[in-house]
Design a protein around this ligand. Structure first.
Ligand SMILES: [Zn+2]
Length: 223
């Protein structure tokens, strides 16, 4: 996971919020009215996805709109889930571009007391880069050294509840990182930084992992 700039709120969101938010509040908070069937946040799915080249902001795998690849189907996740925070149904800052696997398959309506790591956190100190590190041997995301208390718990729950170390995503991530390290080490040292710059600029799968690997390699003097 890496930090994503969601961009400014597009026109249209505020109008939907005015018109439809109360229905969600009535349903979940006051128990009046059936579950609303509006879901106009889906209209903004492509716009959100375009920020990262259609890559899920949680697991960093590419999403595909075609029906054959259900788990990688793009969705709009409500970071703070609808059932607990219906007032945020049409809140731009609560929408995360997410694959079906991470959203409907794993995160669902969960919201622990410490919350989750927010890929779009506005505060620098809350961004994913402060929470996660990468284990080069196993491909696992791990909480960063030095995290303690609720911060460490938030990192661990984000990894566990979204199954970010599930075999499906972990092996792809490991493959990517190994390929990247091999490509990098094959280059003469002065040519390594331009490759890093290019990959960090491109909307590439596992850009967050690439960033973590580069940090480790920098500490060891390879880049
Ligand atoms: Zn995902």
């Amino acid at each position: 996971m890496r930090w994503v700039d969601r961009g400014p709120e597009p026109s249209g969101v505020a109008g939907y919020a005015r018109q439809f938010t109360q229905g969600w509040i009535n349903h979940f908070q006051t128990g009046t009215g059936g579950r609303p069937n509006d879901s106009y946040w889906r209209e903004f799915r492509s716009l959100l996805g375009s920020r990262t080249g259609e890559i899920c902001w949680y697991c960093e795998r590419r999403c595909y709109a075609s029906a054959e690849v259900g788990e990688q189907r793009p969705t709009v996740d409500h970071f703070r889930p609808l059932n607990r925070f219906p007032e945020l149904a049409y809140e731009w800052s609560n929408w995360i571009f997410s694959c079906q696997r991470c959203n409907d398959g794993n995160k669902k309506d969960s919201w622990p007391d410490v919350g989750y790591v927010n890929p779009c956190a506005p505060e620098v100190m809350e961004r994913p880069e402060r929470y996660f590190d990468y284990d080069m041997l196993t491909g696992e995301l791990i909480p960063k050294d030095g995290l303690a208390g609720s911060d460490r718990r938030r990192a661990l729950l984000t990894i566990d509840d979204l199954s970010l170390n599930g075999l499906d995503v972990r092996f792809y991530r490991l493959d990517w990182a190994r390929g990247f390290v091999a490509d990098l080490l094959a280059l003469p040292v002065p040519d390594r930084q331009p490759l890093v710059d290019m990959l960090m600029r491109e909307p590439a799968e596992y850009a967050g992992v690439t960033g973590m690997v580069v940090q480790q390699m920098r500490r060891e003097g390879y880049v």
